[in-house]
Ligand binder design. Structure first.
Ligand SMILES: Cc1cc2nc3c(=O)[nH]c(=O)nc-3n(C[C@H](O)[C@H](O)[C@H](O)COP(=O)(O)O)c2cc1C
Ligand code: SF4
Ligand code: SF4
Length: 253
């Protein structure tokens, strides 16, 4: 029985969960949700298909919604999801289930995992001890989650009414807050790490944002010089990305 795990990530939390889960599932492969995948048109569900994503403003990332709307889901597919977040899953799983139901499918199993909060456009990262607690707890949850998925067990109850997001989420409008400072050395990492090809380097070797941002923060968080800022507070706030993930793992293949 084949398992496909699709993940979307900015700072590697979702990728680490996908990798840990794949190790414990039968015939599992992990696939990044990115612009190349979306343009490939090869979005066909397997026997078991999972989606692992970060919560954005209480709901799912825009590209994950687009992905679900394009996925060709067969009648017998067992759909599962892992929502990960700094504080709470919000409406993300109910929103995903409702999108799947509109496509004639549904969530069979869903899981919530707290991870280090990567919202460093709003506040600094948590302490190393807080992050370590999240990592330990996440690793400890993997065997039970894998066992539920391997047995195709039901682990989700439909929400009768899906609440809407408490705040609007318009990442494409918000990207105008990104800028770079004098520390930029034109290394090009930000262009490579963007999952939707939203950064192009100009003739001076500096990043330019192209209006299709997901607000995943990969560019800001992985810039080796911490040269990318958002608004006027981020220069003194540290950065976060998952310590077990290397930046090259996020580059579109
Ligand atoms: C734009 C944005 C909005 C976020 N909104 C929420 C939120 O509403 N609730 C929450 O608990 N975490 C929120 N987070 C934190 C992420 O969901 C969390 O850190 C996640 O593990 C990051 O996953 P990743 O490393 O795979 O990108 C937000 C992060 C970003 C970048
Ligand atoms: S990753 Fe940072 S240093 Fe490298 S080009 Fe982008 S902004 Fe400049
Ligand atoms: S421009 Fe930056 S924040 Fe926006 S999608 Fe690309 S990497 Fe993510």
């Amino acid at each position: 029985m084949d398992t496909e795990i699709y993940y979307f990530t900015g700072t590697g939390n979702s990728l680490q969960i996908a990798k840990d889960l794949a190790e414990q599932l039968e015939n599992a492969q992990i696939i990044q949700i990115n612009s190349r995948l979306m343009e490939s048109g090869k979005l066909i569900s397997a026997d078991r298909t999972g989606i692992i994503f970060p919560v954005y403003v209480s709901g799912i990332p825009v590209i994950v919604e687009e992905f679900v709307n394009c996925l060709d889901i067969s009648e017998n597919t067992y759909m599962f999801a892992v929502s990960n977040f700094g504080g709470s899953a919000g409406i993300s799983l109910a929103q995903l289930d409702s999108l799947l139901r509109a496509r004639g499918s549904r969530l069979s199993a869903a899981f919530e995992i707290r991870m280090p909060d990567n919202t460093q456009i709003m506040f600094p990262p948590g302490s190393p001890e807080q992050q370590e607690r999240c990592f330990r707890s996440q690793k400890g949850m993997m065997p039970e989650i894998a066992s539920i998925i391997n047995n195709r067990a039901v682990n989700y109850k439909e929400n009768s009414a899906v609440p809407s997001r408490p705040h609007d989420f318009n990442p494409r409008d918000m990207e105008k807050n990104f800028h770079f400072d004098e520390k930029c050395n034109s290394c090009g990492i930000c262009e490579k790490v963007c999952p939707v090809g939203n950064i192009e380097m100009n003739s001076d070797g500096k990043p330019e944002w192209q209006g299709k941002c997901e607000l995943c923060l990969a560019c800001m968080q992985w810039c080796p010089e911490e040269a990318i800022q958002f608004g006027d507070k981020t220069s003194s706030w540290g950065r976060y990305h998952h310590p077990e993930i290397k930046v090259q793992e996020l580059f579109q293949k």
